[in-house]
Design a protein around this ligand. Structure first.
Ligand code: SF4
Length: 320
């Protein structure tokens, strides 16, 4: 059996929100609460859920931008959760991030050349190879070498996201964590960026964790999809299996909002009651019970475990 490129084991991230008289934290936002998954080399794992479900925090934990409260993350079999600052900096060569907002994630005072140069300088590339690499990367992402001297405000949203992708690719990473990379873009541009990411994956043998709030975006690019709700993965399966045979009531409600390719076919929309509860005060038992149309008494008392009920199809629900 091959070792997955990334393994996340029982990872937790609790943010303290309240302190006692003696400065000890007494209350926490459980942003990520006991999440486990693996990503194989060359695969794209989509991570989906409403805003505040913990998907972006999971991405930042993988990038080591946040310190985990508990649990471990392995990259190519080596634990990366307990590395020193210096070791993290070196290890980050292998995993890079593409951010949601192409307007906010690029420094407006830096030229495109300097933006792409930044990771190259950190990882010790000399000046001549940096110049060559910047030109190469701009062409790889569908821009031109003459764009190198321009500033971010001189580009459209889609072009800026291409610059962000070029920056992420600069040091030849193995894993890219794409945090809602197309959410801020027009629909027509979204598919161009998704196609670019797919082409780059084939060309450079990349592995992706693709984070989105929209199941229709994730369908296009993912091999497997994990659905998160209030800091936990509630369903994880092969993409085709998940879209054909969703098991968790939350996944079913998310899927019911995805338009079908055939406009004459109507899907019954499942509207959830209420808002997503606060992760600082999550409901008892199954945290989805306050909104679940199928909830029973046991759901309020017992936390369902994420169990495999079909080959590679994991669900956390007492009724499945
Ligand atoms: Fe709904 Fe109960 Fe299943 Fe949770 S465990 S998803 S509340 S049926």
């Amino acid at each position: 059996m091959t070792t997955p490129l990334v393994e996340v084991k029982n990872i937790k991230k609790y943010f303290p929100i309240k302190k006692s008289l003696f400065g000890k934290s007494t209350s926490y936002v459980k942003a990520v609460d006991d999440v486990s998954f693996a990503i194989n080399k060359g695969e794209t794992l989509g991570l989906v859920g409403e805003s505040g479900c913990g998907k972006s925090t999971t991405g930042r934990l993988l990038m080591n931008l946040l310190e985990a409260t508990d649990g471990k993350i392995y990259f190519e079999g080596n634990e990366i959760t307990s590395l020193s600052e210096n070791e993290i900096r070196k290890a980050r060569k292998d995993f890079q991030m593409i951010f949601q907002d192409p307007y906010a994630s690029l420094n407006p005072r830096m030229t495109v050349k300097d933006i792409i140069n930044e990771p190259l300088i950190i990882h010790g590339f000399d000046k001549a190879s940096r110049m060559k690499r910047v030109k190469e990367l701009l062409e790889v992402v569908g821009l031109n070498a003459y764009h190198a001297e321009r500033y971010p405000h001189q580009f459209s949203g889609g072009q800026r996201q291409r610059i962000g992708i070029a920056r992420a690719l600069a040091v030849n990473p193995k894993l890219i964590i794409a945090d809602e990379p197309v959410s801020a873009l027009d629909v027509s541009i979204q598919s161009q960026i998704l196609n670019l990411l797919k082409d780059l994956q084939d060309r450079f043998d990349l592995t992706y964790l693709f984070i989105a709030h929209d199941l229709s975006v994730v369908e296009h690019i993912s091999d497997r999809v994990g659905v998160m709700y209030l800091g936990k993965i509630v369903e994880l399966a092969d993409k085709r299996e998940l879209y054909k045979n969703p098991q968790h009531p939350y996944t079913r409600s998310l899927l019911s909002a995805v338009p079908l390719p055939d406009p004459t076919v109507k899907r019954e929309r499942i509207i959830l009651k209420g808002d997503i509860p606060s992760p600082a005060n999550p409901p008892s038992g199954c945290t989805f019970h306050t909104r679940c149309p199928l909830a029973t008494e046991i759901c309020k008392q017992e936390i369902p475990q994420l169990r495999q009920n079909n080959e590679g199809h994991y669900v956390s629900c007492h009724l499945v």
